[in-house]
Design a protein around this ligand. Structure first.
Ligand SMILES: [Zn+2]
Length: 157
């Protein structure tokens, strides 16, 4: 995934650490549109990554603040993978990507940006997508692109 061109990742890297856990806070807020929450299951929810590697980069997240997959209950874990699968189905239908990267980074050393709240990345891939994204020098255009993608995906879950 490292070679995907996503210059706004720099904004994420440079971002100051926010208070508390963003993955706990987002679903507590009462504004799913502003927080890019696409779907709420019983035990997990789906949120768009605000600093995507590709358009349609989603994350499946348990509501509970847990660092490891093995700490999830069976119900949480089963629903987690069900929703990952559902996310793939939705993205296939809407964006017809050529493939996907699905991944859970456990621990900072494995590249987890948020290492104390486990989550699974769903990243659609296109043939030649290292050149797929337009070269965008100004990260401020990204929220618009995110909002557009959000509107397309929101009704599809
Ligand atoms: Zn959390």
């Amino acid at each position: 995934m490292k070679h995907v061109w996503a210059p706004w990742r720099m904004a994420y890297i440079q971002m100051k650490k926010v208070e508390g856990c963003v993955l706990c806070e987002a679903p507590k807020r009462d504004n799913d549109i502003e927080n890019y929450i696409l779907f709420r299951g019983k035990k997990n929810y789906v949120i768009m990554n605000s600093y995507p590697y590709n358009p349609g980069h989603l994350m499946v997240v348990p509501y509970r603040h847990i660092a490891n997959l093995e700490e999830l209950t069976d119900e949480e874990r089963h629903e987690h993978i069900d929703i990952v699968s559902r996310s793939v189905t939705v993205l296939k239908r809407l964006f017809a990507p050529g493939g996907f990267n699905l991944g859970t980074n456990i621990g900072k050393v494995a590249g987890a940006g948020i290492d104390d709240h486990v989550h699974t990345h769903v990243v659609p891939r296109w043939q030649g997508d290292t050149n797929f994204m337009p070269v965008i020098g100004d990260v401020r255009v990204i929220p618009e692109a995110l909002a557009e993608t959000y509107q397309k995906l929101k009704g599809a879950f």
